[in-house]
Design a protein around this ligand. Structure first.
Ligand SMILES: CC(C)(COP(=O)(O)OP(=O)(O)OC[C@H]1O[C@@H](n2cnc3c(N)ncnc32)[C@H](O)[C@@H]1OP(=O)(O)O)[C@@H](O)C(=O)NCCC(=O)NCCS
Length: 408
């Protein structure tokens, strides 16, 4: 079966919306129908696969940037991937997503990310799990033992704090692999949406150093929720702190609701191993988490790897990608690092496994993200070839933990 894959025009916007609504179970009262002046949404490209007049499959490619290895990396975020119930298993998914990814690459994206409903759907397309977004639920009583911070006070943020809050997020994000920069819709940190009458939050609290500078060193955006019988939950969209005392101060603001609330649920990332550093100041690890895996695929091997700021060393590592399921990624190169700047030089060698580190596309995605070591990739069948460069490769790519804070 051959499908006709193209961008979805406004004339098919309702069919596109219905297909997604059916798959993901929208409320009985559907969202407002798409409007011509708001189609497509800013930064989003809606894609469809048709069989004649029938829209068989759909997906949206979103233009984001995310932090990887200290730089802002153009990222295609895939969302709303759906095949019509009666047409599943007919092979509509691969041409749909391949076309969407080719277009994203032509627009400058060098990686693609998504939140899968099942990881297996995307593996043969070259994606692999590199991290997780998590809703972590902490019994509020556990926050009572958080130590009092020194030299940090808290107050409610005003519009004047928005630039400083954005700067806190930027400083935190730049140190991680994965977070969206929040330069783009729908995650841009828009002042009126964060603070003021139009905001969905009850409040944004800031932690401010008490030195002469009075610098904002952390923030928490929270929604109080209903009820005061200690069964209810305070939802926290962000708790980002640049110092341990800022983290303690913000946790204590939330913990101060203990007489009238039962839980604090924080949108965070990293699990217990590469945990959010703000969680490391909690004296008690009692918490439950709902975890959503985050998958990454490289779109442009030289583009992604050469953008990285690596350790200030000089190194030369031949490598290759061999993966017949993702022919667009296959090739052989040499990674040349000079004082932290990376260059990826095509190599004429075409028998890669014999003389160089040879990744599958999933293996390269995990290594690039710093999510798995060469040793573990070998155990998973994602890396072959001689082992003499394993530790050097790990040292180059392994320095940052994966974190994501925006679900799409
Ligand atoms: C998921 C969905 C898009 C797959 O469409 P499909 O036409 O059934 O996909 P295909 O038969 O072409 O299968 C594509 C790959 O996904 C895998 N796959 C399909 N459904 C899967 C599932 N539920 N769990 C794990 N893997 C799955 C197939 O095994 C196949 O893998 P392969 O390429 O390694 O052989 C479709 O079932 C759907 O719309 N489901 C409901 C909405 C949904 O879950 N969307 C994904 C949101 S992230």
């Amino acid at each position: 079966m051959t499908f006709d894959v193209r961008q979805v025009p406004f004339a098919s916007a309702l069919a596109f919306q219905r297909l997604g609504g059916e798959a993901f179970g929208v409320a009985p009262t559907p969202p407002p129908a798409p409007q011509p002046d708001a189609w497509p949404r800013p930064g989003a490209t809606p894609w469809g696969a048709w069989d004649g007049d029938e829209l068989v499959a759909k997906a949206t490619a979103r233009r984001f940037t995310s932090w990887f290895h200290g730089t802002e990396v153009p990222t295609a975020g895939l969302a709303g991937v759906t095949v019509a119930a009666e047409r599943r298993g007919e092979g509509a998914l691969r041409p749909l997503l391949t076309t969407a990814l080719d277009d994203a690459r032509a627009r400058g994206a060098v990686i693609s990310t998504l939140y899968p409903s099942s990881a297996g759907i995307y593996r043969s397309l070259g994606y692999e799990v590199v991290g997780s977004y998590e809703d972590v639920r902490v019994p509020i009583a556990a926050l009572a033992a958080v130590r009092k911070p020194e030299a940090v006070r808290t107050r409610r943020a005003t519009l004047d704090d928005v630039d400083a809050i954005r700067e806190v997020y930027r400083e935190w994000g730049q140190a991680q692999n994965g977070p969206l920069t929040r330069a783009e819709e729908p995650f841009a940190m828009v002042a009126d949406e964060m603070i003021g009458p139009g905001s969905d939050y009850t409040g944004v609290s800031v932690a401010v150093s008490t030195g002469t500078e009075g610098r904002v060193v952390g923030f928490a955006s929270w929604t109080r929720g209903e009820g005061d019988d200690r069964t209810n939950t305070i939802e926290v969209d962000d708790l980002v702190a640049l110092t341990p005392d800022a983290a303690r101060a913000l946790w204590r603001v939330l913990g101060s609701f203990a007489p009238v609330a039962g839980f604090v649920e924080v949108a965070t990332s990293g699990g217990w191993s590469g945990a959010d550093v703000a969680r490391l100041v909690l004296p008690d690890h009692v918490a439950s988490a709902e975890s959503r895996p985050y998958m990454l695929r490289i779109l442009d091997v030289p583009g992604a790897l050469s953008a990285a700021r690596l350790a200030p060393v000089t190194a030369r590592v031949p490598f290759a990608v061999v993966d017949p399921r993702t022919p667009d990624l296959e090739g052989a190169w040499t990674l040349e690092v000079s004082d932290g700047a990376a260059r990826v030089v095509p190599s004429p060698a075409r028998q890669p496994a014999e003389d160089r580190l040879t990744f599958t596309s999933a293996g390269l995605a995990q290594s690039y993200a710093g999510a798995q070591s060469c040793g573990n990739l070998r155990l998973a069948g994602q890396l072959a070839g001689p082992r003499n460069d394993d530790t050097l490769w790990d040292a180059l790519w392994g320095g940052r933990q994966v974190h994501v804070r925006d679900y799409f």
